[in-house]
Design a protein around this ligand. Structure first.
Ligand code: FES
Ligand code: FES
Length: 172
């Protein structure tokens, strides 16, 4: 067997298994622990370990915002954070925004009423960022909303109704 054959163990060259770290996080009110590799991104942890696929990966440049979640109450692009950095944190994803009885969050309702709901890729991140925006700035101007959402991209450039939805939610 030659040296390039997959799986061929070479004396003195044991394969590295890498370090595994256990993390405990509370996601949408449920606390659980998982073993992860230190390199695991939070977005991969959310999607692959927890099966919460509303949080999307829309780029590989930390620029689209499709992966936006709330970590300890703050809006975070979960592709810019390692899962191990979230150890002990409270995380909310789009799946945790509506009430348990299914009542939509006011922002989800406003997106629906103002035709701000677009594709499944950008919308969850937009909604999560919009909720954070109003928590920090309850009475934003249109310019404030546009600036507040500038980290979230819609590749179809359909921003008008999204901005109207956020303003309508703020006015409620
Ligand atoms: S996937 Fe995180 S910003 Fe695009
Ligand atoms: S990227 Fe989602 S509607 Fe444009």
């Amino acid at each position: 067997m030659g040296p390039c054959v997959a799986g061929a163990a070479q004396p003195g060259h044991e394969r590295s298994r890498g370090t595994i770290v256990q993390i405990t996080v509370t996601v949408n009110g449920v606390t659980s622990s998982h073993d992860v590799e230190p390199r695991t991104l939070l977005v991969h942890y959310i999607r692959e370990h927890l099966g919460l696929t509303g949080t999307n990966i829309g780029c590989d440049t930390s620029s689209c915002g499709a992966c936006t979640v709330h970590v300890d109450g703050r809006s975070v692009k979960s592709c810019t954070m390692l899962a191990v950095q979230a150890d002990g944190a409270e995380i909310k994803t789009i799946e945790g925004l509506a009430s348990e009885d299914g009542t939509l969050h006011p922002m989800q309702q406003a997106f629906m009423e103002n035709h701000g709901l677009q594709c499944g890729y950008c919308t969850p991140g937009m909604v999560m960022a919009a909720v954070s925006l109003l928590e920090e700035q309850p009475n934003p101007s249109e310019r404030d909303v546009r600036l507040g959402l500038e980290g979230n991209l819609c590749r179809c450039t359909g921003y008008h109704n999204i901005v109207q939805a956020v303003l309508a939610c703020a006015a409620k």
